[in-house]
Structures are given as structure tokens and as C-alpha cells.
Design a protein around this ligand. Structure first.
Ligand SMILES: Cc1cc2nc3c(=O)[nH]c(=O)nc-3n(C[C@H](O)[C@H](O)[C@H](O)COP(=O)(O)OP(=O)(O)OC[C@H]3O[C@@H](n4cnc5c(N)ncnc54)[C@H](O)[C@@H]3O)c2cc1C
Length: 426
């Protein structure tokens, strides 16, 4: 007998899981709060860089529709401006990723995937869901998942205090999509600028919507401001032009090498700016509705990290892949609390490293981490290992939290120069 699954939330995790289940013959009801047209003409949502392993989960389902058109992200470059010498870097290195990352504007991706799901006969309910929606769907489906990301419905799930060290946002965010940004000299990259005590600024290329339809390449500037600091100036800005000018002025002041790249930039479209803040936290995986029926969370609904390390969409993709496999493997057995908890636990055995790494980066780096970053400047193997950890964050452990392991990490990679092309010294 065909099994029926309801998914509330048509984002990275919800859509990917819905399309995966649909391809395996499941009956899927998907709740979206926006039509494809509304998504395409709406505001930008993310920088959404997906590293290789996460891209693989999409490729396996044949959902990588934009990969040929999307400019690849070939590496990662880290820069720390010198505190006393304006325009100079105190620390800098770059290395290539073994496989490129891709950033496809979520407006494009979610609209395209939603249309695909509908074209393949999927049942889409257009609704801003609430508890009554969850009750209605859970009474008519074998399994109901909540994948509403940062949305309020996630509050159905209890916060897990032991896994949630923060009760307030650690950064205030400002993002914009730009055209006419000069490329980096050696290879494309996530250009990761860390300004101690002030915040972080990221530039990376991707593919976005073009006015009048179609797609166009873009580069984003994403500012993660430490609250109350000099980058934290965007909260009240409503005018996109002012947003752009303020960003350019901050780059001129703090990161002149990025200002040079963006001084002739323009916004890609009228919806290409975003401000916001995220309180990182982890929630318990199962919620009990007033009726007593249980629902399972997925993606950011359960594990919400600050976007500092660029992992949320990739982690949502991995969660969707794990949930898909476990749903298929479970066959016609009941989706009870034990199965739900086990499904999340399998995801958490990966995601806990993402959470620990991201939370660690929100604070000042301890001396042993600075030593690893310093070593990466002169040892291409260390730079290469560090950069490729973004594809699989468990690789940052145990050295991230252990000075002895950090020294071993440097020793182990210090001589390995293979595949470290693109390395540059400060
Ligand atoms: C500024 C910024 C930059 C980021 N950069 C990166 C990056 O470079 N790389 C990366 O991997 N991640 C990044 N992320 C994080 C990433 O975008 C998210 O982690 C990811 O999209 C989470 O996927 P999800 O499916 O859990 O939730 P989402 O993709 O947010 O999808 C949830 C969906 O549910 C919908 N929804 C919400 N409430 C309801 C409701 N009541 N009823 C119906 N639908 C509802 C939402 O509108 C949305 O469409 C960034 C995030 C931000 C804010």
C-alpha cells in the first residue's frame, strides 16, 4: 500500500525530501507558504553555498538543475586585516577545494523544485501553516514532518538547553547580491574576511534570478556584525541604494582589497538586500500535538546555526538525504517516536560537529587555533586541509578543541603539499 507523508515547509530540506519520496512512489503532501512566482519575485534569503558532499545529495536525486549555469566556487581564502597597518593583512592564505561548491539563489532553487514537484503530480497546499494544519495533516498521513526553518512553527519543538549555549543572536546580518564585482585574481572563492572584535565579511559567487526571467551570475557581500560594533549599522536601512553605499564605505574602511573589487558594483535586483539575526539553537526532534499525535522536525527547525560557517543549507540537504534513506528503509512499519528519535540521532551524529565548530567560531579563537591558521600561511598542506574541512566539518575535530591535536594536525599536514594549488602567502 502506498505510504503518505506530509511535509510542512518547502525549503532546502522539505523540497529535497518531498522530491526524493515522490521519486520512490510515496504520496507526498507539501505545504508551501509561497507560490513559485512569489518566491522568484521575493527577497533574497541566504548565501546558500553548498559544498561538495551536500551537492552530491542533490545530484543523486537529479535535482542539480542549475549546476552548468552556476559559477563554481573553487576555493576558500581567509584574510585578517592588520590592526595597525591600514590596507595590510595580518594573516592570509587560500587553497582550492577538491571539488567546487555552488551557490544557487534559493529563490531560483525553491521555485524550480516546487514547480518540478507539482509537474510530477505532487500535492502542494499553499498555506502559512499553524498547529491546526499540523493536526489536520498528521491525522491523514503516515508521517508528518515540520521543515519550516527559522519559522515560528518550529517552536512546537522544545529547545535543548544542553546543545544550545546561546539565548540571543551573536551576529547581526546584512546581505546583498551584486553584479559588476571584479573576480579574485587566482581562482574563485569564498573570500572569508575575519575582523577581530568587529565581525566577518564574506564574498562568494553564485547564480541568481535575472530581471525579466532567466538567470545571471552574481557575487554576494555578506556582513556578520558583532552586535553594537562598527559593522552593525544596517538594521534600520530600508533603501537598497543606501545599503549598497554603506557596505562599500565599510569595505573601503576595513577591507580595501574587497572595496577594490566592489567599487563599481550594482545590486542585481530590487529584492537583493536582506538584514536579520539568528539565535542559534538545537531543539528536541519530536513534538506532540494537542491531539497526542507526534511530528518530526527537519533541517533548521531542529538545528539552527549562525550562518557564519555557511553550513545550514548543506546540513539541511544532508538531513533530507538521511531522512529519505531511513523512511524508505523503514518500509510499512509505523513511524513511532523511537524511529523519529533514531532518525534525528543519525543526523545529529554529523550535525553536532557543524554546531560545535560554528559556535566555536562565534567567539575569539584560542591560541592553538591561531597557530593552525598561522601555519596555513606557510604550509600549503595545512591550508588545503583547513579549507576542505568546510565540506565535512567533522574534520575540524579533535584539533579545534585540543591544543595537542592541533599541533599533530599541523605536523600531519605540514609536509603534504599535494593538491594545494592556489595557495598564497600574506
Ligand atoms: C544570511 C544567510 C546566509 C546563509 N548562508 C549560507 C551558506 O552560505 N551556506 C549554507 O549552507 N547555508 C547558509 N545559510 C543557511 C541556510 O539558508 C539555511 O540553513 C537553509 O535554507 C535551511 O533549510 P531548511 O529547509 O531547514 O529551511 P528553509 O530553507 O528556510 O525552508 C523553510 C521554508 O519553510 C517556509 N515556512 C516557514 N514557516 C512556514 C509556515 N508556517 N507554513 C509554511 N511554510 C513555512 C519558509 O518560507 C521556507 O520556504 C544562510 C542563512 C542566512 C540567513
Amino acid at each position: 500500500m502506498m505510504r503518505n507523508v506530509a511535509i510542512i515547509g518547502a525549503g532546502q530540506a522539505g523540497l529535497q525530501l518531498a522530491l526524493g519520496l515522490q521519486a520512490s512512489g510515496y504520496g507526498v503532501t507539501l505545504v508551501s507558504d509561497r507560490t513559485p512566482e512569489q518566491l522568484l519575485s521575493g527577497r533574497i534569503m541566504s548565501t546558500q553555498a553548498l559544498f561538495h558532499d551536500a551537492c552530491t545529495t542533490e545530484r543523486q536525486l537529479g535535482l542539480n538543475f542549475w549546476e552548468d549555469a552556476c559559477p563554481p566556487v573553487e576555493g576558500i581564502a581567509l584574510s585578517v586585516p592588520h590592526p595597525e597597518l591600514p590596507g595590510q593583512k595580518a594573516l592570509a592564505f587560500s587553497a582550492r577545494l577538491d571539488q567546487p561548491a555552488y551557490s544557487v539563489d534559493q529563490r531560483l532553487k525553491f521555485a524550480g523544485w516546487l514547480r518540478e514537484f507539482q509537474t510530477r503530480g505532487g500535492n502542494v497546499v499553499l498555506e502559512s501553516a499553524d498547529i491546526q494544519t499540523a493536526e489536520r495533516l498528521s491525522s491523514a498521513h503516515d508521517l508528518t514532518l515540520i521543515a519550516t526553518g527559522k519559522g515560528e512553527l518550529g517552536q512546537l519543538f522544545a529547545r535543548d538547553p544542553e546543545r544550545s549555549p546561546y539565548s540571543a543572536p551573536q551576529r547581526h546580518l546584512a546581505l546583498m547580491y551584486l553584479k559588476n564585482v571584479a573576480p579574485r585574481p587566482d581562482h574563485s572563492a569564498v573570500s572569508f574576511n575575519l575582523i577581530p572584535g568587529v565581525g566577518e565579511v564574506f564574498l562568494l559567487p553564485g547564480l541568481t534570478v535575472a530581471e525579466g526571467g532567466g538567470t545571471q551570475p552574481y557575487e554576494n557581500v555578506f556582513i556578520e556584525a558583532i552586535p553594537g560594533g562598527p559593522l552593525d549599522v544596517f538594521a534600520e536601512v530600508r533603501d537598497p541604494r543606501q545599503h549598497l553605499e554603506m557596505m562599500q564605505e565599510l569595505l573601503r574602511q576595513f577591507l580595501p582589497w574587497e572595496y577594490e573589487r566592489t567599487q563599481h558594483a550594482e545590486l542585481t535586483d530590487t529584492q537583493a538586500t536582506l538584514t536579520g539575526r539568528v539565535t542559534p539553537g538545537v531543539r528536541r526532534p519530536v513534538a506532540t500535538l494537542p491531539s497526542g499525535r507526534e511530528v518530526l522536525g527537519l533541517g533548521d527547525t531542529l538545528v539552527l546555526n549562525d550562518p557564519l560557517t555557511g553550513q545550514g543549507a548543506g546540513s539541511a540537504a544532508k538531513a533530507a538525504a538521511i531522512y529519505l534513506e531511513r523512511i524508505l528503509w523503514h518500509g510499512d512499519r509505523s513511524f513511532d517516536r523511537v524511529w523519529m528519535t533514531g532518525t534525528f540521532d543519525e543526523y545529529w551524529s554529523y550535525a553536532r560537529f557543524v554546531t560545535d565548530w560554528t559556535n566555536a567560531l562565534l567567539g575569539p579563537p584560542p591560541p592553538h587555533v591561531l597557530e593552525v591558521l598561522g601555519a596555513a600561511q606557510t604550509r600549503p598542506g595545512v591550508a588545503h586541509a583547513f579549507v576542505n574541512g568546510f565540506n565535512h566539518p567533522p574534520q575540524f575535530f579533535p584539533w579545534l578543541g585540543d591544543p595537542q591535536a592541533a599541533a599533530q594536525f599541523v605536523a600531519q599536514h605540514g609536509v603534504a603539499e599535494h593538491r594545494a594549488a592556489g595557495f598564497t602567502r600574506a
